[in-house]
Design a protein around this ligand. Structure first.
Ligand code: BG6
Length: 312
């Protein structure tokens, strides 16, 4: 009827600009007006907005947007370790490195590209990195925004070493919430978790859904692939779908720790919650030539639709 469907070409939906430190950042847009922003510093998603332009990820008002540290917010990538053990820096070096745009990535299944606006990034170790962690790898990160606003991160890590290596990993996702006391997580009930506030001692979750009234810093083990974060005040639910990432980190610093962090406002713990798809308890081991894939999909649905959504 003279009305043809628009063909969405992802190349036209990408914009590369410089941030105020001169570092490239990529903005993805979908035809409905949702957007995501990715910095080449750390390959870190620094913004994800819905069609109404509302920001869905938390960024601290005190965040420092200046290398060499990751800025406090968005989705920093923790690799090759989560946490702080051995000589490597806390949460690994990937979030503190300059990534490049990968113009010729090995193909992904067509569904990961079709109808999506996306960018492919690449991280390879520098001579300096190899001194601290002597394993050659290629880390490819695809970040995509779909027509329905869903944000997907696909990490592919390949061993190009002569020897096996092991790593742990997390998408350290800072969700923006209206008020932490109004938030609950579903999908982690009855699971075992390691408590970072008790030297990673192992406990079993007893209650129903998880709610918040003090500092929480836990690694829930072997969860299902679907987690929901319900924000009562906003009547919306973040749905986190993950593959290759058995564990889930849940972190809120609460009041005391907030005050101790230079790049975090004293009261900001009320507006954020980190819920990370992760692989921590059992490190991933790659033999020479092997590749691992870890996939995270974030969407937001009205809370009334949530149970129905989770059932599917
Ligand atoms: C959490 C850790 O996931 O990340 C916490 O479990 C840590 O212990 C937090 O404080 C933030 O880490 P960083 O290095 O970004 O300040």
């Amino acid at each position: 009827m003279g009305h043809s469907a628009a063909v969405w070409d992802h190349r036209t939906a990408i914009e590369v600009t410089k941030d105020w430190n001169g570092i490239d950042q990529v903005v993805l847009r979908n035809p409905q007006g949702a957007s995501a922003r990715v910095s080449l510093h750390g390959g870190q998603v620094t913004s994800w907005r819905n069609e109404q332009g509302e920001e869905l990820l938390f960024t601290s008002s005190k965040a420092i947007f200046k290398p060499p540290k990751a800025m406090r917010g968005g989705i920093p990538i923790c690799f090759p370790q989560f946490g702080n053990c051995g000589s490597l820096e806390q949460h690994g070096f990937a979030r503190n490195k300059l990534w490049t745009i990968d113009n010729n990535p090995p193909p992904l299944p067509p569904n990961d590209s079709h109808g999506k606006s996306f960018v492919d990034l690449l991280l390879k170790p520098s001579e300096e990195d190899l001194k601290g962690w002597p394993h050659s790898f290629e880390f490819r990160l695809r970040i995509s925004l779909a027509a329905d606003g869903v944000l997907t991160l696909i990490s592919r890590i390949r061993n190009i070493n002569g020897r096996p290596f092991s790593f742990s990993f997390a998408y350290h996702t800072y969700l923006s919430v209206s008020d932490i006391s109004e938030v609950r997580i579903e999908g982690l009930e009855t699971l075992d978790y390691l408590d970072n506030l008790c030297q990673r001692e192992r406990f079993t979750e007893q209650g129903d859904a998880i709610t918040f009234e003090s500092e929480v810093d836990r690694v829930y083990l072997s969860s299902s692939h679907l987690i929901a974060v319900l924000d009562h005040e906003k009547k919306r639910t973040f749905v986190i779908r993950k593959e290759g990432l058995p564990d889930v980190v849940v972190w809120n610093p609460w009041d005391k720790k907030s005050k101790a962090m230079a790049d975090f406002g004293d009261e900001e713990y009320k507006q954020m919650l980190c819920v990370d798809g992760a692989a921590i308890e059992k490190p991933i081991t790659l033999k020479p030539g092997e590749e691992w894939t870890g996939r995270l999909e974030l969407s937001v649905v009205p809370s009334s639709f949530c149970s129905e959504y989770l059932d599917h």
